[in-house]
Design a protein around this ligand. Structure first.
Ligand code: IMP
Length: 421
């Protein structure tokens, strides 16, 4: 495949950055297509660790073209800070992407405090309010942001509008002059990279370049197909790539679903297989399950194949990449959720209604665990039999082949089962 999407199959934090970094070794282009700096992953390059939130994961490799496509929302301040961490890069930013402005961040916080019943537990990065403005057609596009007069004109009007809302929530108003003076410097910094990235991506495709579309978050956080309202405000599915990048749907050749060997979730919202005992604490520490963006401890659960089948249906998954398999070493028995019980009926789907979803009880099968340290394993055959059976059961239950599994954070702890890109 020459155009492959990297999809998070759960609630984000599946290790997409690591899989992107691995596959990017043979990519010409890495393209982020949704979300903003609510995402976060660590990339190790030349022995140095980098925390990235906005920039595509190929940014550290000077041979890769990196694209921030129209489906993204870009915080210019965060962008400028992240750009300082890297050098010798190739970057292209869509003129149709939207800009996160200070009032979006204030409104994100305000909405979370006024919504007593439905607190989402957002990252407070202004993501929801920026996508809201995009849909309401009062957003700031990159094309206006880098145009000095247009930026001033639109910002003045928008701040007037947003201040009314902020004041009504008891928040301080935002000062136009100070935002304008600070942000026009970010606009100048961004300007040289701005282009029509749809045009560019189509050119890359015509010249047969290999492209990785790097998803952020996970399908269960999809605005349409996730556990609404406990979701993010964009669609991390493979099916959203065409609209979020400006390429034809049939030019996407496949998707690799990145799946943790167990489940995690950060923020609010129900997770049917959540475990809240000592084992969860052990997995959290072993898997370093603390948010890259907010540092929040992640909630831990057993692997849920209802979720994975849902992801496969709504997004499309050609292959799976199973990460953090090593974290499960030493656990005597491993549970895998195969269906839910909803009001006495067995179901194999994720109910749309959040109250129905919250009444779902997981039905498990129990598999034998393995005691061996698997962090040095170099092939599927070298895995203990129980670990092989775990992966095989996962793949059989989801009916998707495993192309990659990983047994540790390093690139050389990522094992290719099938060469797909
Ligand atoms: P928002 O995207 O900041 O609006 O947050 C909405 C929900 O998505 C919250 O539950 C966040 O914790 C979650 N979320 C957003 N980005 C990520 C991510 O990159 N990994 C995991 N969860 C995320």
């Amino acid at each position: 495949m020459k155009r492959l999407v990297i999809v998070g199959t759960q609630w984000g934090d599946e290790g997409k950055g690591k899989i992107t970094d691995y596959l990017a070794q043979s990519a010409d282009v890495v393209c982020r297509y949704q979300g903003g700096n609510n995402a976060g992953h660590t990339v190790v390059f030349d022995g140095k660790k980098y925390s990235l939130h906005l920039l595509p994961s190929g940014i550290l490799n000077p041979n890769i073209e990196n694209v921030m496509a129209n489906g993204m929302v870009i915080n210019p301040k965060a962008f400028s800070e992240e750009l300082k961490k890297v050098d010798r890069f190739n970057l292209h930013i869509s003129d149709r992407a939207h800009v996160v402005l200070p009032y979006h961040i204030e409104l994100d916080k305000a909405y979370e405090t006024i919504k007593k019943d439905v607190k989402i537990g957002t990252t407070h990065k202004g993501i929801g309010p920026t996508y809201t403005d995009k849909s309401a057609r009062i957003g700031m596009r990159v094309s206006s942001f880098i145009h000095e007069d247009k930026f001033a004109h639109e910002l003045k009007h928008l701040i007037e509008l947003k201040n009314k809302e902020l004041i009504s929530y008891g928040h301080d108003p935002i000062d136009f002059e100070s935002v304008y003076n600070e942000y026009k410097a970010y606009a100048e910094l961004m300007k040289p990279y701005v282009t029509d990235t749809s045009y560019l991506l189509n050119q890359y495709i015509e010249t047969d370049k290999k492209i990785l579309f790097e998803g952020a978050q996970g399908v269960m956080l999809c605005l349409d197909h996730g556990t609404y309202p406990y979701v993010t405000s964009s669609s991390p599915t493979a099916s959203s790539v065409p609209v979020n990048t400006g390429i034809a749907p049939w030019l996407v050749e496949g998707a690799i679903g990145v799946t943790k060997a167990y489940s995690t979730r950060v923020g609010e919202g129900f997770m049917p297989t959540e475990i809240k005992n000592k084992l969860a604490d052990e997995i959290r520490v072993r898997g370093n399950e603390f948010g890259t963006t907010t540092g929040r401890p992640r909630r831990i659960g057993w692997l849920d194949t209802v979720v994975l089948r849902h992801t496969k249906r709504v997004s499309g998954l050609s292959y799976l990449a199973v990460t953090l398999l090593d974290v499960l070493s030493g656990i005597e028995e491993l549970k895998v959720c195969v269906s839910y019980n909803l009001d006495g009926k067995e179901i194999d789907y994720v109910p749309a209604d959040i109250d129905d979803f919250m009444r779902c009880e997981p039905n498990y099968i129990t598999l034998k665990g393995w005691q061996e340290d698997i962090t040095q394993v170099k092939s599927f055959d070298e895995l203990p039999k129980a670990a092989q059976a775990y992966l095989k059961t996962l793949s059989d239950l989801v009916k998707v082949d495993i192309a990659i599994f990983s047994v540790g954070p390093d690139r050389n702890q990522t094992i290719l089962v099938k060469d797909i890109f």
